[in-house]
Write a protein that binds this ligand. Sequence first.
Ligand code: F6R
Length: 600
Amino acid sequence: MCGIVGYVGSRPAAPILLEALKRLEYRGYDSAGMATVSRKLFVKKDRGRIADIDRRLKLAEMPGNLGVGHTRWATHGEPSRVNAHPHLDNSGKIAVVHNGIIENYFELKKFLQGHGYRFTSQTDTEVIPNLIHHFLKRSGDLEGSVRQAAKRLRGSFALAVISEEEPGKIIAVRQDSPLIIGLGEGEVFLASDIPAILQHTNRMLVLENGEMAVLTPDDVSIKKFGSGATVKREPMLVQWTAEMAEKEGYPHFTLKEIFQQPDAVRDTLRVPPEELKRLARFLLRAKRVYLIACGTSYHAALVAKYALAKLAGFPVEVVISSEFGEIGNMDEGTAVLAITQSGETADTLKAVEAARAAGARVACLTNVVGSSITRMSDLVCYTYAGPEVSVVATKTFAAQVAYLLRLAVQLAEARGRSGPRSKRLAAGLGSMPEIMRKVLVEVEPRVKSLARGFLSAEHIYLIGRGVGYPLVLEGALKIKEITYIHSEGMPAGELKHGTLALIERGTPVIAVVTPGGMRMKMVSNVEEVKARGAQVTAIADNGKDLEGHVDELISIPHTEELLSPLLFIIPLQLLAYHITVGRGQDPDRPRSLAKSVTVE
Ligand code: F6R
């Protein structure tokens, strides 16, 4: 996730772009840059936070009344000056800023190299200005060339394009990444999100997928880039305050990020198959494989353990990073997959260091390009959840699970075990973002009202089986982190080995009844706690059979068992969120916790 901005009007563009970029830093902050036009094209960009780059390069002093800017959250290529946006074509006259991921950039790059184009960055974006230039050379028509280029791009992209040869306009394009146009008096603004430009205007046009727009100081014309058909759209009046706009109208980043999960999963599923094949080969070469992680990432690793065993018959050991040094059996035959959204967790970095020292090979799965873990790993893999602002991990968990499920499918294939189940899973993954979106909208009001019943709870027990087990661990972690209520997740089968002694009249129990072979056993566990007077809330796959047997029921649409974590985690996260808000606490800033835990 990156942030892009644009301005065309009669005022100096640079200070407006700079201010807008600062307001978008929550979308990315590893590097930034701007391009303006004043007779010719001016470009400044670098690695680092925007304020520091401005101090060094004097961004606000760039000349011209038109320009574009970018704040980056790296996806392809580490944070560096050369990978920062804007990117130029080989003629140096066209500048492009891009938010999103170009899936077919490799093919496009080869095609352009065949036509003599040279590339200097490791980004997917650099193909775009060159592709535009390729068409422009023949037609001389910038707008038409942008359209031709957009038609050839696959993936997600919000683009702003300027050229020194047509200095009065910005061309904007949108597919699966947001883009908002702000209408002023004799000036037009462009941004990934509303807060970047809200101080200038509240008259906004939202660009939809498949559309492009030409922005000049007095006019905005929109068309479909596929068919070329003109689009008529009335501006809307945005009533948000700047703070509300940063959270896209959500009261907290935590809730915004819970609702961003379908996009995080969709973007992560765009990882090219070659990357998963590489990781599968890496793991298959080893005598033993460890997945190591902390906190939420550890729970994602546990989901992976079930998926890898069930789908690919591929056993792995999952170890908490801080314990790994004590029990990891490491030598040259060992492969370690370290999972860490931040890439900076000290316990995981230490474990990786120890593994490498013992001769083990290390791969990592992280959400932060260029983070410390990437420099310590033999193979680097990424989730594409975008920056997570809230301290508690939500969308990065969903992205990790999606990635690891794809890995399971890949390993099943590589081991000749890709039967109907893995085919169903592979097909089902593609439709998960849409189903997640539906579940979010459907369950939130119900969870919000159920949360009232937990406000004064002292203990909450969560039980699950199979993939439901890591989910209850994750649900309990979310609840304790932000509500400060003691909560404990456990395998439902373990109840009778001790915890049942704590269940008495009114004890809150959340039963996570996921689909699959263990479902009936879970239903028996529900009866078991019910018989001891527990107040049971069941989150159940197609829960009709539980009606009347539990106190409260949240029914989840039926899916393949291994896909169910992507749906069942939603009510658990929402419950933690709404209990927290109901208790008058701030979910975005839980006490005593930090987003990156850089101490052992
Ligand atoms: C939970 C949470 C933490 C992290 C843990 C590991 O909401 O945020 O438990 O999951 O600190 O962090 P990463 O994944 O960055 O290594």
